[in-house]
Design a protein around this ligand. Structure first.
Ligand code: FES
Ligand code: FE2
Length: 381
């Protein structure tokens, strides 16, 4: 798992009057709204005796630990320690890590890392959000697979006609081949565009309601952005588009919380939401069925432990990017965390750690940065 990316912490609507207790990147966090309604995200471990802040109360702009009532503000500073009296000086070390947040697309994003603002990777652009003629729905589910396997699945052009044969049917003997892919790399990811020689709308009712002709192919764009965001554009007809954004938040290495934001420019009546969501859910479950049994659980460290074919080019691209982000020193040493799990509570380092010293919790161990990137050698057969 990686620090220094924006992760979806929750849907905005799920964050109301009570603090939320979350696990992300194997660590615990508390999410709450301050008195102005701004979403705040803190490391959950109270620096007094290790209490769980998320089990406490929101007091104005602070979160109050349930154990001895210490209060921490939105910047993570302790502002009140009942047992030392009102005017006593609060120890500087009695602070917790606080993480930048942003609310966009009906979601609360938390930046889990210590990069200064100007160096942070951006949140993916959902250009359809708020536009006339588009409707959004959102679903959240937690499944037992590794987030990298999930991202690789989302940029895997070769799996559609097999894993999703219920909604994309390719005529026998017309399997799609790699030369049809247009792959573009960008600063924080890559995208593959291609057409499947099939038809997407097997559902007769949908076909009738779309009122559009079928071009006899499905145009697709499968893209990854950063370590764990996917963009899937499925252009079912020339005017009938389903654009999905999938945010994978690693709960830990083997469990992933998926936030699926689905945008569509057809069937705009809210009464159609359930039907469309059922469709998205069905497709997501088809992916789950193939992803949960994948072995090893994480993509293998050595690429010669799998065979790559030309259709796997986007996955090879993602793995190289992952290696680059690891070389920057952003990858959590999960084995070390696991070894110490009974004795050490860690914190994901927040931006304030670059400016202030004196933290009670150790920063989570990271795999050391390398000056040269050891790019994985992937031989395509
Ligand atoms: S453990 Fe949080 S106030 Fe004591
Ligand atoms: Fe899929």
């Amino acid at each position: 798992m990686f620090i220094n990316f924006w992760y979806v912490a929750a849907e905005s609507k799920s964050l109301a009057d009570e603090p939320l207790h979350l696990t992300m990147l194997g660590q615990e966090f508390v999410l709450f709204r301050d008195s102005k309604g701004i979403a705040r995200c803190l490391s959950n471990v109270c620096t007094h005796r290790g209490g769980s802040l998320a089990h406490g109360k929101i007091k104005g702009d602070c979160i109050e630990c349930p154990y001895h009532g210490w209060q921490f503000n939105a910047d993570g500073y302790c502002t009140h320690i009942p047992s030392i009296g009102k005017d006593a000086k609060i120890p500087g070390r009695a602070k917790v890590d606080a993480y930048p947040t942003q609310e966009k697309y009906g979601l609360v994003f938390a930046f889990l890392g210590d990069l200064p603002e100007e160096e942070r990777p951006p949140i993916v652009d959902v250009s359809e959000w708020g536009q006339d003629g588009w409707r959004a729905t959102c679903g959240v589910f937690e499944w037992d697979f590794n987030y990298q396997r999930s991202i690789e699945n989302g940029i895997d052009p070769g799996h559609n006609e097999f894993t999703h044969s219920t909604h994309i049917s390719v005529p026998e003997g017309k399997n799609w081949t790699i030369p049809d892919i247009d792959f573009k790399s960008n600063e924080w990811g890559g995208e593959a565009s291609f057409s499947l020689p099939g038809q997407a709308l097997k559902d007769e009712k949908w076909r009738q309601e779309s009122g559009k002709s079928q071009p006899g192919r499905v145009d697709m764009l499968m893209a990854y952005h950063g370590i764990s965001t996917l963009k899937t554009h499925i252009d079912l007809t020339e005017e009938f588009h389903s654009h999905q954004y999938l945010f994978d938040t690693p709960i830990d290495e083997n469990h992933t919380r998926i936030t699926l934001l689905s945008m569509r420019n057809f069937l705009l009546d809210p009464a159609d939401d359930d039907r469309c969501n059922e469709r998205s859910w069905f497709v997501a479950v088809e992916d789950r069925v193939v992803l949960e049994p994948l072995r090893p659980v994480q993509p293998p460290a050595l690429n010669n432990r799998e065979v790559f074919v030309p259709a796997d080019a986007p996955i090879a691209h993602y793995r190289k990017r992952v290696a680059e982000w690891q070389a920057k020193g952003w990858r959590i040493d999960s084995e070390e965390v696991e070894r110490n799990s009974l004795k050490v509570a860690y914190a994901i380092p927040s931006p304030a750690r670059r400016e202030h010293k004196g933290w009670v919790l150790d920063a989570i161990p990271l795999i050391e940065a390398e000056s040269e990137v050891a790019l994985p050698r992937i031989s395509v057969v």
